[in-house]
Design a binder for this molecule. Structure first.
Ligand code: URA
Length: 248
């Protein structure tokens, strides 16, 4: 639907309607390459509108989704191998991207958003939010191993944040163990690598929780919008780690 150009400019978020009117009156606005000076000129976002040389775009409404990622889906927005992608599941034309990642064969809770600030807040290493995983792996978890996890193990020459180990269930006959792990950081393939250091191979990995958010009410492959109060709770759950070398 067509609308007045100054309204479209305001909708792009770069300035107010009043400021847009002034820009038009001053001859600083072009519609499809032609300078316009009439305030009543109408257009749509399919037209090319330039304000002082800058082409405007429709501002997208911010949205964040909670998605129950199935196994066999990539978290990247582009996959050269043509595998199924998490963004394919969400029926929304906005440019969404995942916050952090889960491996191809990992299932569970994943956030997708077009809100850059939220994504930044949740992915900066200094900001920590507990993430709970349920993992089943080969072999029997030794007490010594879980105590190393809980103290913060060295992996690839770097000390990891402590990882809590809860609800350990050992199936000695089948030689496998299930437990929940609480991570406060997300190194690439972290759980698989931590367990591999002690000779365990991950059989199944699922993320149950990100801070206060859970999979409740979601089936594999389905999603829902993050509610404003949940966004506040999520932001409140972020703990900012102090720098070990504060500036004096
Ligand atoms: N750790 C892993 O190894 N893989 C994941 O997908 C998440 C955490």
């Amino acid at each position: 639907m067509s609308d007045r150009v100054h309204k479209l400019i305001a909708q792009s978020g770069i300035m107010s309607r009043r400021q847009a009117e002034v820009m038009i009156a001053e001859g600083k606005v072009k519609l499809n390459g032609q300078t316009i000076t009439e305030l009543g000129t109408k257009a749509t976002f399919d037209d090319v509108i330039e304000v002082a040389g800058q082409v405007i775009e429709k501002k997208e409404e911010p949205v964040t989704y909670l998605f129950y990622k199935p196994e066999g889906v990539v978290t990247t927005t582009h996959d050269p191998e043509g595998r199924s992608k998490v963004v394919d599941y969400i029926d929304d034309a906005r440019r969404l991207y995942p916050i952090g990642r889960l491996d191809y064969d990992t299932s569970g809770l994943l956030l997708l958003t077009n809100e850059g600030e939220l994504a930044n807040l949740l992915t900066q290493p200094k900001n920590q939010i507990p993430k709970v995983y349920e993992v089943t792996f080969t072999g029997v978890l030794r007490r010594k191993t879980s105590s190393i996890f809980e103290k913060g193990m060295i992996l690839e020459k770097r000390k990891l944040q402590p990882v809590e180990v809860n609800f350990v269930k050992v199936d000695a006959k089948a030689e496998k163990t299930s437990c929940q792990l609480v991570l406060r950081e997300g190194k690439n393939h972290q759980i698989k690598k931590m367990l591999a250091e002690f000779g365990h191979e991950v059989i199944r990995l699922k993320r149950l929780r990100i801070g206060p958010l859970t999979l409740d009410g979601l089936q594999k492959g389905t999603y829902r919008v993050l509610k404003p109060f949940e966004k506040k709770q999520l932001i409140n759950a972020v703990q900012t780690k102090k720098s070990p070398h504060p500036k004096s």
